[in-house]
Design a protein around this ligand. Structure first.
Ligand code: SF4
Length: 484
């Protein structure tokens, strides 16, 4: 399946969101609402599994948006019961551009002690090696998804209950994963030992919810209780929440890009509002890379809080110089090559009256391939801007992510082959500056910046320092950064 539109091809894309609920009448309805709030983490497909005592496990998996599928009464009536989990996906490494419905999570496994369904956000970096081993030992895979490895590893465990089998399985798995899983009576949540991807716990009445982000707790009216800790497993039943520690303790390496772009600005991460962090990034950027100009404009929507921060710190007025068409969907873009080539113009339009004759600072969250930035620059100049200065709320993205984020291969990343000055000439702008890695760390609350000996976050897409070795990728030829 092609990207939703050409504009989307020039962003890093979070690949999944997960949500689980227990202790509600028709928990699947809460899961559908939660997934709707997490739709920005994956628009390609979604799935929900529920359990009720009369029918057992029930499952529905569909391509497309949550609102187009999981709002319809005939479908939701097939998902009864007090416990449910769900998943939205962009696309996973196994089937990019060629998703089959069998690759859509949650996955289900039937074990001697009962069934279990599982959904995960992230990426298993040794999935190919595990899959080879499991196939050699007789496992029959039904999908191309990494997550199915976990089900097969659980099937081979000798433990007597499902959470213990999951602990066994996950000890073999490397990479970044936030998991929601369920049995007939238990909702289970797990974060990988480094806590790369987010997972939070919420409470509503006697019910509990697990979610990739707090914004999805808000939509169901649940109170945000806490983040699941890196390396923690929670097993939730009608009696409450039991916390387990299946892994050896490690220092957290949460994905710093969640602060910059992936998470919704109304979510809370690490006790801080994502919106406020992004505004702080803009302030830091204004300090690090000042420039004389008449207007600060965001590249909508993700550049908005950083542009506001830049404007507040610099005293340069903020303006909506580019307007986004909120209703640009997949269906409109598909018909002809000619329409597809209109690209960015279908989604973004310049507010000419504001721009004409002005020196404009454009604030964006990142530069990936640079194709969108070039087109936006042309649109701004066509509208009569005198100067165009790009300020970017993340450091140059020079390395691919192997932890559940869709990134082009390294050679397609502009920053992998060009210096900042070369990128500035390539984009044809008057200036281009990125926030420094230390500046980004300061903006997310690390007042002393990045600890080079022991970085507080995962920042591999900027630094090339991967906290978990991407062993499958190395085996298939990826070259890690040489030691300095
Ligand atoms: S490589 Fe970048 S996008 Fe991927 S987990 Fe690390 S910080 Fe996040």
């Amino acid at each position: 399946m092609p990207p939703a539109n050409p504009f989307d091809d020039d962003k890093l894309r979070e690949e999944c969101g997960v949500f689980g609920a227990i202790g509600f009448e028709d928990a699947a309805n809460f899961v559908a609402l939660g997934l709707h709030a997490l739709q920005h983490r994956g628009q390609e497909a979604g799935g929900i599994v529920s359990h009720d005592m009369e029918h057992g496990f029930n499952s529905a998996r569909r391509f497309g948006y949550v609102r187009d599928n999981f709002t319809k009464a005939p479908l939701m009536q097939t998902l009864p019961g007090p416990i449910a989990i769900g998943h939205v996906r962009y696309s996973t490494a196994g089937s990019k551009g060629n998703t089959q419905i069998r690759d859509v999570q949650p996955f289900f496994g039937e074990f001697a002690m009962g069934g279990a369904a599982i959904a995960h956000n992230g990426n298993i970096t040794n999935a190919a090696a595990l899959r080879r081993e499991l196939v050699e030992r007789g496992s029959i895979f039904q999908s191309s998804s990494d997550s199915e490895c976990i089900i097969h590893l659980m099937a081979r465990s000798l433990q007597r209950d499902i959470p213990a089998r999951m602990e066994d399985a996950l000890r073999r798995v490397e990479g970044a994963f936030s998991i929601v899983a369920m049995t007939r009576t238990k909702l289970i949540g797990v974060r990988d030992p480094l806590g790369v991807r987010p997972l939070v716990l919420g409470k509503l009445g006697d019910g509990w919810a697990l979610s990739s982000e707090t914004c999805a707790l808000d939509i169901i009216g649940a109170e945000f209780v806490r983040e699941i800790a890196p390396g923690e497993m929670v097993v939730i039943t009608k009696d409450g929440v039991e916390s387990r520690q299946p892994f050896r303790s490690k220092k957290s390496r949460f994905c710093i890009f969640e602060h910059v772009y992936f998470s919704r600005p109304d979510s809370i991460l690490g006790g801080r509002s994502v919106y406020e962090t992004r505004e702080a990034i803009g302030r830091e950027l204004a300090k690090e890379a000042p420039v004389e100009a008449d207007l600060v404009c965001p590249v909508p929507d993700s550049g908005t809080p950083a542009a506001i921060g830049f404007s507040l710190a610099s005293g340069i007025p903020y303006a909506m110089g580019i307007i986004r068409n909120q209703y640009m969907g997949r269906t409109f873009i598909e018909p002809t090559e000619q329409i597809r080539n209109m690209g960015v113009r279908l989604k973004l339009n310049v507010n000419r009256a504001l721009i004409k004759g002005k020196r404009v600072i454009l604030v964006d969250d990142s530069v990936v391939r640079g194709t969108t930035s070039r087109k936006i620059k042309e649109m701004i100049l066509d509208a009569g801007a005198k100067e165009v200065h790009f300020r970017i709320a993340s450091p140059p993205t020079a390395w691919p992510c192997f932890y559940g984020v869709d990134t082009p291969e390294r050679s397609k990343l502009l920053a992998a082959t060009m210096s900042a000055d070369e990128m500035s000439s390539y984009l044809g702008v008057d200036s281009l500056k990125f926030i420094s890695l230390d500046g980004l760390y300061r903006a997310v609350g690390e007042s002393k910046g990045r600890n080079a000996e022991c970085p507080q976050y995962c920042d591999a897409c900027f630094s090339g320092e991967y906290p978990v070795e991407p062993s499958d990728m190395i085996e298939s030829g990826f070259e890690m950064k040489a030691a300095e």
